[in-house]
Design a protein around this ligand. Sequence first.
Ligand code: GDP
Ligand code: MG
Length: 171
Amino acid sequence: MAKSPEVKLAVFGRAGVGKSALVVRFLTRRFIWEYDPTLESTYRHQANIDDEVVTMEILDTAGQEDIQQKEGHMRWGDGFFIVYDITDRGSFEEVAPLRSLLEEVKRPKNVPLVLVGNKSDLDHVRQVGTEEGERLAAEMACAFYECSACADEGGTVAEAFHELCREVRRR
Ligand code: GDP
Ligand code: MG
């Protein structure tokens, strides 16, 4: 029997944007309010995506790494999430530099990437418009999801993970 494909996914973004909450939501369908922000973890998870069993290795970065560590994580991964917090403009401004570093590390490969604007439940304190996220994703030629790790009714978080797996498998 053919071995099921494995994809390595890494989650990037400023500390506090909700990377761990998103990963835990995806893996357990639960929301965990407080998660050690300094913790870096990897998880293995199998999912059926388009009638194929895919094994994911997911690296939840802490978001406080120095450049060497970041580059190491980028070399390790096949596909990447860049996450920002819609209530934190600074986290949005960190997206483009992360993308540039990714392009540099992965050159000449075209990098499978998904942009995620998290904490959409906090619309009343929003600092980054949905259109801004859409525009940036269009510039980066990648998929874009606005979602909430704590109120993920539509299953958008899982959709984003599955889309990134597809994107990796297409290359
Ligand atoms: P990380 O540093 O990127 O891993 O961020 P965490 O997952 O540790 O989350 C940082 C903080 O944001 C925690 O207090 C979480 O409870 C909170 N948080 C994460 N995702 C959401 C979300 O979708 N909505 C809201 N309201 N809070 C969130
Ligand atoms: Mg974390």
